[in-house]
Unconditional design. Structure first.
Length: 76
C-alpha cells in the first residue's frame, strides 16, 4: 500500500510540473511566464526593468502559492 501511494504521488507530480520561463523583451526588459508541462502558458508577469526584480517575484510566488486562497467573485 505504501509503494502504491508513493507511485501515485510521483505520477501526480510528474503530470503537474510547471516552470517559470524568463524572457527578455525587445526593449531589454524582462518578463516571465508560468508554463504547464504541456506547454500552455498559465500566467504572464508584468514587465520588469531589472532581471533581479523578476527573479524576486518568481521566488515570492514559489513560496506563497501553496497557501493561496481562491476569491471567487463570480457568484451571484
Amino acid at each position: 500500500m505504501v509503494s502504491l501511494r508513493r507511485r501515485r504521488v510521483r505520477e501526480w507530480s510528474e503530470v503537474h510540473v510547471m516552470k517559470f520561463v524568463m524572457k527578455r523583451t525587445s526593449n531589454d526588459q524582462f518578463r516571465f511566464n508560468l508554463v504547464a508541462n504541456n506547454g500552455q502558458i498559465v500566467a504572464t508577469s508584468e514587465t520588469y526593468t531589472r532581471k533581479s526584480s523578476a527573479l524576486d517575484t518568481i521566488e515570492s510566488m514559489r513560496k506563497s502559492v501553496a497557501s493561496a486562497t481562491v476569491d471567487d467573485q463570480t457568484a451571484s
